[in-house]
Design a protein around this ligand. Sequence first.
Ligand SMILES: C[S@@+](CC[C@H](N)C(=O)[O-])C[C@H]1O[C@@H](n2cnc3c(N)ncnc32)[C@H](O)[C@@H]1O
Length: 306
Amino acid sequence: MYVLTLFFSLVDFRFSPSGPASESICHTLPKFQKSEMAQAMALNERLLEPARELIARCITELNWEDLSEDTVMDIGCGGFFLCTRALLEKFPRMGCLLAVDKFRTISNEIKEDEFFAEYFRNNSLQFHLADITDSSSLEFYRGLIHKIVSRNMLQHVTDKEMAFQHMYDLLRPGGHAAVLFCIENPVETWRLIISTSTNWEQYRRNEIILFYAANLEDGYYENVLEDIGFRVVRCERSDVQHQFENDQTLLTKLLSLATIFLKIPEDKMTQFKEESVKLFKELIGYSGSGPLRYEISDLLLLAIKP
Ligand SMILES: C[S@@+](CC[C@H](N)C(=O)[O-])C[C@H]1O[C@@H](n2cnc3c(N)ncnc32)[C@H](O)[C@@H]1O
């Protein structure tokens, strides 16, 4: 599980609700006072910064101000709780923050982290196991959530349309969803094809969750959300250019990834390298000369349930 957690964190690339639905799920719990102990731990700013940017977009574009009565869900919180941390940095007094993942990504490091410890102690921060594609695991929360944040989770879901429908169902009327996910990444598409191909599938090391490409049609997800009933406030695609200088730098990257999820026998390594480079070049439509240029594209959706 640690490998899986680490993998998810590095790729970037029960309760029973009581009381009326208008109450925060943690309403009965004492309000959090930030502890002197709770100081931000030294952690990788490079990983945290994009999560902070997503929360900043919620503040400016969805006008998030006071979440002290709100129940907020970070869906696909991962092993580092990045959005959870970014949320608490901006909203230290939150009604209740549910860090949710389909795997038990919570670790002792997170529970004992100085920044999080007090929030866990007073239950204003809770980890819950739930799968956004499995409605039975979401039943408890239906119609109770004020705000959903989900970053880099949907690329691991095949039926993204269903996931959006479930997010809609989770939200209270007037609730907000801020979803950012990767819609295109040739390195991840290489991983998906290689690890499910007849030649290499047999060498898979562990259970891995793969990247599932999204529909790249302009406006597709905006329409999906509107058809579900959301009012879309923002639908923004961002494309970032990347490159490998040559085959060797490409291969170094692909092999470093491959060792996480495949155990290729030594005698098959040459074939694996050749197939990997060939496949990647096909995926990016490589012209045959110069650096291997490719794009990674994200989609940001900010939406309100009327
Ligand atoms: C790439 S990590 C992103 C972690 C974090 N949100 C971040 O921004 O760094 C994706 C996380 O989504 C979780 N995940 C994948 N599919 C999911 C699903 N169907 N329901 C809930 N979580 C899911 C994975 O277990 C993983 O922890």
